[in-house]
Design a protein around this ligand. Structure first.
Ligand SMILES: *Cc1c(COP(=O)(O)O)cnc(C)c1O
Ligand SMILES: [Zn+2]
Length: 414
């Protein structure tokens, strides 16, 4: 199998494999087309199982002609049975896909690895992106490993650790005075005027495919089966759409049995255009101006918003939104029950999951997978004001007995 071309998602018009992303005819987005020649069913499963322990075990289903020589080996992250969180919110078969366990601690390593492969195929030396933070981080790291220059664009005011963790790889970091949507518009203009590889702009048809591996891995980890439901945080909506596509491809290729996965979306109230349209029954997504601490989801005009809405409805899924206070609460709940510290995007996912379980939208016996897509350490601003303060003592037994034993009792000590 391999990429044989691109096709418009709206009108179907075909294009060659080039760094292009919009249809000239109708301005629809372009999508990678494969020749599904040889492998399917158990032969494909065997091929995957023999592959490397990274996203490249699914190389046959990705727009990359070979496993890259210089690579940070993203993916193959744990799928964890979340019994304690499940009990807390009333779900009996809950799993967490822990995608904080990636080279730069977010799912963006999956898409960027595929973008690097495309950039090299097209002969670019500079890799760029319009980012809410994690994408810039991944672009900078993968470019370093691949020996490319990186120039990353971020809106001013995102989490400090995301900027530092990006800058350490020595890219050019450009802070734009505006929102992510402004940054994205600027990068579209740069891409029109200059011959640059912009991961999520002119390489988008390739870049975006990397997120399919989030479905492939979950199916493989569940013993070659799809779950009943997944819940996914929405920024641009790309990850959501590609997770759906991944399950559909596995089903069509006979890798997993037939099952419709109920595609469920999570957003912050402060930037919830998809959830708002879902609630009101609208078919269009109306852009909003973001106002939330979930910076990685602060995209007011989601590129795939309309497709996400349609997919939710067609699969019997749902959309839910949470306030910043609710997402902070959910970050703590996940940490306290599962020992996993996520950034606000994960708080949005768990907060929305909790609401949907409590209102009965998600049944207690559905096999549900929640995607935790980024680590808490890059966004400590979200929780540093609400965590329990530490106790300070002198290095003496008396001080320990005076200040610690009392609270230790409350912790269930002797
Ligand atoms: C980018 C990002 C998202 C949103 O992904 P989209 O494909 O833009 O919808 C979710 N979570 C984290 C941690 C991210 O960095
Ligand atoms: Zn078209």
């Amino acid at each position: 199998m391999g990429v044989v071309g691109l096709a418009c998602r709206e009108c179907g018009r075909r294009y060659p494999v080039e760094p292009i992303f919009v249809c000239e005819q109708c301005f629809g987005p372009l999508e990678a087309q494969y020749d599904e020649g040889h492998l399917s069913g158990s032969a494909l499963r065997d091929d995957i199982e023999r592959g490397p322990t990274s996203i490249w075990r699914y190389q046959a289903l990705l727009p990359a002609t070979r496993v890259p020589e210089w690579d940070l080996a993203p993916g193959f992250t744990p799928l964890v049975r979340a019994e304690r969180l499940g009990r807390a919110i009333g779900l009996n078969h809950l799993y967490i896909k822990n995608d904080t366990r990636n080279p730069t601690w977010s799912f963006k390593d999956r898409v960027v690895a595929v973008a690097v492969s495309a950039a090299q195929r097209f002969g670019f030396d500079v890799l760029s992106c319009a980012s809410t933070g994690n994408l810039a981080n991944a672009v900078a790291a993968h470019a370093a490993k691949a020996g490319m220059r990186a120039v990353v664009f971020i809106p001013k005011g995102i989490e400090r650790a995301k900027v530092v963790a990006t800058s350490v790889y020595h890219p050019l970091v450009v802070e734009v005075e505006g929102t992510y949507d402004d940054v994205n518009r600027l990068c579209l203009e740069i891409g029109e005027e200059h011959h640059w590889a912009i991961a999520n702009v002119n390489l988008r048809p390739y870049y975006s495919e990397g997120a399919k591996t989030l479905a492939y891995e979950v199916a493989e980890q569940l013993g070659w089966e799809a779950p009943d439901r997944v819940i996914v945080p929405i920024g641009s909506g790309n990850m959501f759409m590609k997770i759906y596509k991944g399950f559909e491809e596995f089903r069509r290729l006979g890798v997993i049995p037939d099952r419709t996965v109920r595609m469920t979306a999570a957003q912050a109230e402060g930037c919830g255009p998809v959830a708002t349209s879902y609630r009101s029954g609208a078919t269009e997504v109306i852009p909003v101006r973001p106002n939330t601490i979930a910076h990685s989801l602060a995209i007011g005009s989601p590129a795939d918003g309309g497709y996400v809405l349609e997919t939710i409805r067609r699969t019997g899924g749902a959309a839910e939104a949470v306030t910043d206070a609710e997402l902070v609460d959910a970050i703590r709940l996940l940490a306290e029950t599962e020992g996993l510290f996520t950034e606000p995007a994960g708080g949005v996912t768990i907060g929305a999951l909790r609401k949907l379980a409590q209102t009965g939208v998600i049944g207690p016996d559905e096999v549900t997978v929640a995607y935790i897509t980024g680590i808490g350490l890059k966004a400590i601003e979200a929780v540093e004001h609400v965590v329990t303060a530490s106790v300070t003592i002198k290095p003496t037994l008396a001080s320990f007995e005076q200040h610690v034993l009392a609270s230790a009792g409350a912790l269930g000590g002797e």
